[in-house]
Ligand binder design. Sequence first.
Ligand code: XMP
Ligand code: MG
Length: 188
Amino acid sequence: MESLSGDIEEVLFSQEQIAQVVGELGARITDDYAGKNPLLISVLRGGVVFMSDLVRRIDLPIALDFMAIASYGPETRDMGVVQVIKDLDDAITDKDVIIVEDVIDTGLTLNYLMTNLKARRPRSLSVCALLDRTVRRIADIEVKYKGFDLPDVFVVGYGLDFKEQYRNLPFVGILKESAYGDDDLDSV
Ligand code: XMP
Ligand code: MG
């Protein structure tokens, strides 16, 4: 591998496009939550890059928390079987919670997460996703804050990985076939 970006076939969303959209989402959240102290929950690990940029575009007192769930294995991909690897540090009862996700695909992961979080009685619960691949959606989810619609292609960068690599690319792009090696995409 010569350089990270040398493995990219096509840039789908550039650094500039992402910055613009993140700014717009931050401004909307700032308006919508005026007078409130929202709690932003990021889903590790892919959501972290988006979350860290997003919070700097929100002009409100906010709090952060993190959750890690495993959902995208060969056995679990189509079943919505989700395992909590790391739970939130603090209670969310009576809080205005915003879940910050990198990408929503089938929606099964988020569906599970929302059911789990609703049971903790937040005052409100909404979703902010950078990428929304609605063509593969199975679960019915309202994505109040959406960055980009994503076609049915696997992408990396800006938090998204292939085998834990490429998360630090500043854009979202499609990998060259050569970068996959012999690996089956269904197993990531
Ligand atoms: P579901 O299907 O439950 O899955 O909505 C959401 C999770 O699947 C992963 N995912 C991807 N990861 N590039 C990635 O690096 C992609 O194109 C992609 N599509 C889905 C991701 O972990 C997300 O949280
Ligand atoms: Mg991943």
